[in-house]
Design a protein around this ligand. Structure first.
Ligand SMILES: C[S@@+](CC[C@H](N)C(=O)[O-])C[C@H]1O[C@@H](n2cnc3c(N)ncnc32)[C@H](O)[C@@H]1O
Ligand code: SF4
Length: 376
């Protein structure tokens, strides 16, 4: 399996909670950036020749900030440089407030078959507080347009544990979104990241964070409510109708190869993980000198690969199969982790049988503490 991730690091303005690598839109910068991306694709062309791409994810930032011509330019370049499987999953992240019917049409013509729309909440006062540029109504209009144009596979991003968000608000968000019948829902608990406006507001005591018990109650409600409406949780924060699980993310969690292009993008190719430079000037300068814009790279040892396969694999509800560890790494999982398994099983954090191990619901609620048990 091979994936392709392309990062578009521009947004209309910065949401208060967000620490993704994104910059306020500058038209000149955007043009220079797309030219650099074109060159970066050419730098990978030979390395990837002969391999087919199974999944493409254009993420951000706000990829839907690109104009129709820019979207075409991006996909023409992808097609000129890489070979894409006929049935590849091709996703583009979209923000209400930047989407138009014509952009949606161009995306469809370019082969995009999955949209991921960031909404976060259905109440306009919450959207405003966290710095979103759109209202719920704008989102709904875009969603209906996308459906009319023929997009059948649409994800909606939501967030809970937002400042001042009551449990009833979250319940309302879920109910309203389920009525729209998307194929996929991502529901993230707010992470208060340092270096964000929200973090500063929190330090100034402008709002209180939700207590842990309510956060867990909201999480449990999400899982049960979505399950009763046909959405299966297949990863800690992701829910899908059968057959609509995000293939690109599954590829990450299964430690498959993917090329990451664009400022701050990461990739994993032939046993090496890498991260691109974040700053646009530096990223572009290196590319124009004919080199890959890699800031950091590391060839993974067998130990690294085993540990990554565990903590990424355990994110998925299906968990990890012992056979895979034996075949890939000649590693007897149950023997090597006997003590950890016993301890976690007693605490009811994992569910294990002869073939596989997965997190229990309780384990999923504190997944990070389970993962560290497997890092030696
Ligand atoms: C890569 S982001 C960008 C998506 C798109 N630009 C948007 O905002 O609509 C994907 C999703 O991550 C989630 N996210 C971003 N920052 C987060 C945070 N600090 N805590 C929890 N979830 C976050 C949001 O749901 C967001 O839609
Ligand atoms: S639009 Fe998305 S990427 Fe941009 S600042 Fe907001 S959450 Fe971050």
């Amino acid at each position: 399996m091979l994936g392709l991730y392309i990062h578009i690091p521009f947004c209309v303005s910065k949401c208060k909670y967000c620490d993704f690598n994104s910059y306020k839109l500058d038209l000149d910068e955007k043009r220079k950036y797309l030219n650099a991306l074109q060159k970066e694709m050419e730098l990978y062309k030979e390395e990837i020749r002969g391999k087919y791409i199974d999944t493409i994810f254009i993420g951000g930032g706000t990829p839907s900030i690109l104009t129709q011509d820019e979207i075409k330019f991006l996909f023409d370049n992808i097609k000129n440089n890489f070979e894409i499987k006929k049935d590849a999953e091709i996703t583009i992240e979209c923000n209400p407030g930047t989407l138009t019917i014509n952009k949606l049409k161009v995306m469809k013509e370019c082969g995009v078959n999955r949209l991921s729309i960031g909404l976060q909440a259905v109440q306009n006062e919450h959207l405003e507080y966290i710095g979103r540029i759109h209202t719920y109504e704008e989102f709904e209009k875009n969603y209906i347009q996308a459906k009319e144009i023929g997009f059948e596979n649409i994800n909606i991003d939501l967030m809970y544990a937002l400042p001042n968000q009551k449990k009833e608000d979250w319940i309302e968000s879920l109910e309203k979104i389920v009525k729209l019948d998307p194929s996929h829902i991502s529901a993230y608990s707010l992470i208060l990241e340092e270096n964000t406006e929200l973090f500063n507001m929190y330090q100034r005591n402008e709002f209180k964070l939700l207590d842990e018990d309510t956060d867990i109650e909201m999480y449990e409600h999400t899982i049960n409510y979505l399950k009763s409406h046909g959405y299966n949780q297949y990863e800690i924060s992701n829910y899908a109708k059968l057959g609509f699980e995000c293939q690109h993310n599954i590829l990450y969690w299964k430690c498959e190869n993917y090329v990451g292009l664009g400022a701050s993008a990461s990739g994993y190719l032939n046993g090496t993980r890498y991260n691109n430079l974040c700053e646009l000037d530096k990223y572009e300068e290196i590319i124009h000198s004919g080199k890959k814009p890699i800031e950091w790279e590391e060839k993974l040892s067998i130990k690294d690969k085993i540990e990554e396969s565990i903590f990424l694999g355990l994110r998925m509800n299906e968990g990890i199969k012992f056979k895979d560890f034996q075949e890939k790494f000649n590693f007897d999982f149950e023997k090597e982790y006997k003590n950890e398994i016993n301890r976690l099983e007693k605490m009811k954090l994992i569910d294990i049988n002869k073939y596989r191990m997965k997190l229990t619901q309780k384990g999923r609620e504190i997944s990070n503490s389970v993962f560290v048990e497997f890092i030696k």
